[in-house]
Design a protein around this ligand. Structure first.
Ligand SMILES: O=P(O)(O)OC[C@@]1(O)O[C@H](CO)[C@@H](O)[C@@H]1O
Length: 308
């Protein structure tokens, strides 16, 4: 079983408009609602790949009820912990004229100390039965910035591989707790280390405590610094589309291949093929299964030696 944690779950609402104009009034052509937050996306992709995935984190109020209703028919098992306040919504607005997406994320519910304590009990029980854990996304209000560091330490104490995908101070503190894997993008790495050079910044993140760093290079693929070597993995060609959830699909690729005992190059190929197939899918956070099958053998994974 692979456990994904989404402390700040979200009802992901996507609007499609002909053209997004600041200060304008818009008719929304299409509205979709999905159960979201990064760890839920990871679990949905894991389910589609045939893996047993369990989701935990917080859910509450009327929006939380809608989220749970949408999650119920899907493969991931629901072990979300109920909170008093309402789950947030995120709004993605896709502009048909450019293909670009604008994202607006609400802060999320205020979580009380008692609700955090209840979550920790559930998490410890679930970790004991997990093959791997993914800790994903932003923290809701009320949760302390060292929360992910605490969750990393619990997973490590149980000898369960743990991946951390967050940003800012929660990432900085989480890395110091020595997770097995982090998957920052270039911006998150730059915020963390002050360097815009992905190789240098990923090396710095490893020295701070992460065992492996998979630096996302957007449409260009990933740069992976691992205890077994350094690789660059890239799709056959960069693609255009909606990148929402592409990073979550990469996490699902890495964790599913890890759970199957595959070596790093195969984990990276799967991560890149899945994230590229997610950009190609019309609905944010889902992947195009035919594109994934076609892309997987064509992803290049090469040992990386920087040019002097
Ligand atoms: O606000 P966070 O937790 O950083 O990100 C939340 C979010 O934008 O990320 C996912 C895409 O990766 C969406 O499903 C989701 O709503």
């Amino acid at each position: 079983m692979i456990l994904t944690v989404t402390l700040n779950t979200a009802l992901d609402v996507t609007y499609t408009v002909d053209a997004l104009v600041p200060h304008g009034s818009h008719r929304v052509g299409e509205v979709t609602e999905r159960p979201g937050g990064k760890g839920l996306n990871v679990a949905r992709v894991l389910g589609a790949l045939g893996h047993d995935a369990v989701v935990t984190g917080f859910v509450g109020g009327a929006t939380g009820g809608v989220l749970r209703g949408l999650l119920a028919p899907l493969p991931p098992r629901d072990a979300l912990v109920t909170v008093a306040e309402n789950t947030r919504r995120t709004l993605a607005i896709t502009d048909r004229s450019t293909g670009d997406t604008t994202q607006l994320n609400e802060p999320g519910p205020q979580v009380s100390p008692a609700e955090w304590a209840a979550f920790l009990g559930t998490y410890e029980e679930l970790v004991a039965g997990a093959d791997a854990v993914a800790l994903c996304g932003s923290l809701p209000p009320g949760i302390h910035v060292g929360a992910y560091a605490e969750l990393v330490r619990i997973a490590r104490a149980a000898a369960v591989p743990v991946l951390l995908d967050t940003s800012g101070e929660p990432l900085r503190r989480g890395i110091a707790a020595r997770p097995d894997l982090v998957k920052p993008n270039a911006e998150e790495l730059a915020q963390l280390t002050g360097s815009r050079d992905p190789l240098r910044a990923a090396g710095d993140a490893r020295r701070r405590g992460a065992h492996a760093v998979i630096a996302s290079l957007g449409p260009e693929g990933v740069l992976a610094l691992t205890p077994d070597g350094v690789w660059r993995a890239a799709p056959p060609a960069p693609v255009r589309g909606n990148p929402t959830g592409a990073g979550d699909s990469a996490v699902a690729g890495l964790l599913s291949a890890l759970a199957e005992g595959l070596p790093w190059p195969e984990r990276l190929a799967r991560a890149v093929a899945l994230s590229t197939a997610t950009v190609l899918a019309p609905t944010a956070g889902e992947f195009d299964a035919a594109a994934y099958a076609e892309l997987l053998p064509r992803v290049t994974v090469e040992p990386y030696t920087p040019t002097p």
